[in-house]
Design a protein around this ligand. Structure first.
Ligand code: SF4
Length: 366
């Protein structure tokens, strides 16, 4: 059950993706290849799409990049946002090429006339504009540090340019590498405008550090009802961002479908012949591959507990749908809703769990 009361934002449409209002919180990512690598970008975007990403950003650096963008758009189906800095002609080219959203900061384009031309072209094709500010965007004459107030002031200065052109098809992202500034700035912005917001940290690092920092910042904002789309920005393959984003959403019960693994840390009660980590990873990978799409269609979550011993395991994980618990000499107790389904061997775990889940998903209507 979702216990979070979401901040009410206005809704925008990016191709067929709704963002804001009562639309589900969507997961975004960004390709990390030069746009002239058309095949590489197409492959990355389609892989992100298969992983559950709903919107992908592609960076355009020159007007020449527009022709590559057009080729990329021809071979992908999820919405694409063009990330553009300074040159309004690239924005116009991207709109002409069929882009679904552009990220450009109106105050950086050079003049109101140029912004007006971009806003006019975007309006004509129903393309939203994302304003994205970070620590590098603040007015250094006015602020010496990227404080939350400075970040929001910067975002509002761009927003007001579009508002003065009567353009309101806007999404906003305010990011910093500092958790406190990101949280405070987004809260402050949410108190001033109702545009949908994209939340995340910038330069959040890689691996574990990134996961912890992003989970704190994004998680805190989502718990406070702020965030219509999210990105876990991570150094490395963008594909890994998607699982991380969904884990955050699943941890907060914002999405209630998929496989959720609960595992104990193990202790002296775990039989020495049991490698619980290996078993938990195999269960997660196999069950996700088998059942993720049907669980999404049925909007169901299935929790599987992987516990080290039968003394406390089933009791500690009685809230899980299914589970296994070490039962000495590489045997396991298989259980369903905390009740025993008998003992099994290690090499039977995957097939028995698969059978139980298939039975529930295909033969009963629980
Ligand atoms: S379930 Fe058993 S093995 Fe795992 S932490 Fe609890 S007592 Fe230890």
């Amino acid at each position: 059950m979702n216990r979070i009361k979401r901040n009410k934002t206005r809704q925008i449409r990016v191709k067929d993706l709704l963002i804001g209002g009562d639309a589900p919180i969507s997961v975004q990512s960004m390709t990390n290849l030069p746009v002239r690598d058309v095949r590489g970008n197409v492959e990355q975007i389609n892989r992100l799409d298969r992983a559950g990403c709903k919107l992908v950003r592609v960076a355009l650096r020159t007007s020449d990049d527009v022709k590559f963008l057009k080729e990329i758009l021809a071979d992908v189906s999820i919405p694409v946002c063009a990330d553009i800095h300074f040159d309004y002609r690239i924005a116009l080219g991207a709109i002409e090429a069929g882009i679904h959203k552009i990220r450009i900061n109106p105050g950086n384009i050079g003049s109101i006339e140029k912004t007006s031309i971009v806003a006019g072209a975007a309006r004509e094709k129903n393309i939203p504009i994302r304003i994205g500010v970070n620590g590098g965007s603040i007015d250094r004459k006015k602020y010496s540090d990227a404080t939350p107030e400075a970040l929001v002031d910067s975002a509002l200065s761009h927003v007001e340019i579009l508002e003065n052109l009567d353009f309101h098809d806007i999404a906003v992202s305010i990011k910093s590498s500092d958790i406190f500034s990101t949280i405070e700035a987004n809260k402050l912005f949410a108190s001033k405008r109702d545009y949908p917001v994209h939340v995340g940290l910038t330069e959040a690092g890689f691996g574990r550090t990134c996961l912890v920092q992003s989970s704190i910042a994004i998680g805190h904002l989502l718990l406070n009802g702020i965030g219509d789309t999210i990105r876990v920005s991570m150094t490395g393959d963008p594909y890994q961002e998607i699982d991380a984003a969904y884990d955050i959403l699943r941890s907060l019960d914002i999405i209630e479908y998929g496989i959720k693994i609960i595992s104990c840390p193990t202790c002296g009660r775990t039989d020495t012949g049991i490698n619980l980590l290996e078993i938990a990873e195999e269960i997660e990978n196999t069950m996700k591959a088998k059942f993720d799409s049907i669980l999404e269609r049925k909007n169901r979550i299935i929790s599987i507990a992987v516990m080290g011993c039968e003394v406390n395991g089933p009791g500690e994980a009685s809230h899980a749908d299914y589970g296994i618990a070490g039962a000495g000499s590489s045997n396991f107790l298989l259980f369903k809703k905390g009740k025993s389904e008998g003992k099994i061997k290690c090499n039977e775990i995957i097939s028995r769990l698969t059978g139980l889940i298939e039975n529930d998903l295909y033969h009963t209507d629980i």
